[in-house]
Write a protein that binds this ligand. Structure first.
Ligand SMILES: Nc1ncnc2c1ncn2[C@@H]1O[C@H](COP(=O)(O)OP(=O)(O)OP(=O)(O)O)[C@@H](O)[C@H]1O
Ligand SMILES: O=P(O)(O)OC[C@H]1O[C@](O)(CO)[C@@H](O)[C@@H]1O
Ligand SMILES: [Mg+2]
Length: 319
């Protein structure tokens, strides 16, 4: 193997640059050239390749976003478009690819492997919704950002004796909501995978005020309901002064945390070694603190194991 390609795909996540850096520096130290493929699978098909040197990845470990840019390019689901992508790689002498992205991006990595370009997937998404990894790259940073935002929201909530309903990201996965909710001391957390009871949440908030609390915080994953709608539902059961706040894309930005930088570096380094050993069609993860690999195919059958104990702990303390 002489050349590795690397791309980022789907929603960006803090720590993607740290992974690109780790791949680049590891590969170069093994005498392998690295090509950055810009704009995900769209850039792959267009042949938007840039050679990466150690200088190119210097001072990137601390930056959010992805300097290779990302894209959603549904055309890559078509076999003939995938073949064009593989042809571009062959034309440039690139024999292997590392794909950093979410579940959708893994389909692209598998398609390339089936076309003879060994590819390895790294879990890059703030959602933490990938099977066989306890942490995705970006999840910890997004949680920190969500926690910081709610700390600030609580200051103003307290000053006005208000309830705030805060939407965090997660269309189908409540991991961000649970971890941010627990870390910011929320009165209630609502996630898409578990039933919730708005009347019960209103009772919890009322009890809090009756016991001398001066604020209420409800963390709601975006997949559950829009924060404004949730607020309106809540007001049917209690006469609160309430506001809704949607954190949105700010959760995808900012400097990556220590956890994300270290995980991204470990996984990027490991991915290069897998390719050096002729492996492909694999997804890298971190399970129980250790690097792991699984066939990408297994990921499509598997389901991410969320730590619902976080929700149970919060319920036990607040209900
Ligand atoms: N079935 C598929 N076959 C080949 N390529 C795919 C497939 N599904 C998705 N992709 C490629 O991966 C890209 C990213 O997928 P998607 O938009 O689902 O985001 P993701 O990787 O799941 O990340 P996130 O959900 O965190 O934003 C798509 O735009 C497309 O280029
Ligand atoms: O940036 P877009 O395409 O609006 O996607 C937003 C979605 O991406 C995610 O952040 C995943 O990256 C989801 O949590 C969110 O719903
Ligand atoms: Mg996805």
């Amino acid at each position: 193997m002489k050349r590795i390609g690397i791309l980022t795909s789907g929603g960006d996540a803090p720590g993607m640059n740290a992974a690109i850096r780790a791949v680049t520096k590891t590969a170069i130290h093994h005498g392998i050239e690295v090509f950055g493929i810009r704009y995900g699978f769209a850039g792959l098909v267009a042949g938007d390749f840039v050679p990466l040197t150690e200088a190119d990845v210097d001072h990137t470990i601390n930056h959010g976003g992805t300097f290779l840019y990302s894209a959603r390019f549904p055309e890559f689901e078509q076999k003939e478009v995938q073949e064009k992508g593989a042809a571009q790689l062959r034309k440039h002498g690139i024999e292997t690819v590392i794909v950093i992205g979410g579940d959708g991006s893994y389909h692209g990595a598998l398609a390339l492997t089936r076309l003879g370009i060994n590819s390895v997937g790294l879990p890059g998404t703030i959602d933490n919704d990938i099977p066989y990894t306890d942490y995705t790259i970006g999840y910890d940073s997004a949680c920190r950002t969500g926690m910081d935002a709610i700390d600030k929201i609580r200051d103003t909530a307290s000053s006005h004796h208000r309830v705030f309903i805060v939407n965090v990201m997660g269309r189908e996965c409540g991991d961000i909501a649970m971890r941010v909710g627990l870390a910011s001391g929320a009165d209630a957390i609502a996630i898409p995978e578990r039933p919730y009871n708005i009347k019960e949440i209103a009772e919890t908030l009322k009890r809090g005020f009756a016991n001398g609390k001066d604020n209420g915080i409800v963390v709601v994953a975006e997949g559950v309901m829009n924060a404004n709608d949730f607020k309106n539902e809540l007001l049917k059961y209690g006469d609160f002064d309430a506001r809704a706040n949607i954190l949105g894309h700010m959760q995808r930005g900012g400097a990556p945390t220590v956890v994300d930088r270290v995980n991204a570096t470990k996984m990027g380094n490991y991915a290069v070694k897998l390719l050096l050993n002729g492996k492909g069609g694999l997804a890298v993860g971190i399970e129980n603190g250790k690097l792991s690999t699984h066939d990408i195919l297994d990921l499509f059958d598997g389901k991410h194991q969320s730590d619902y104990a976080l929700l149970n702990i919060n319920d036990e303390m607040t209900k």
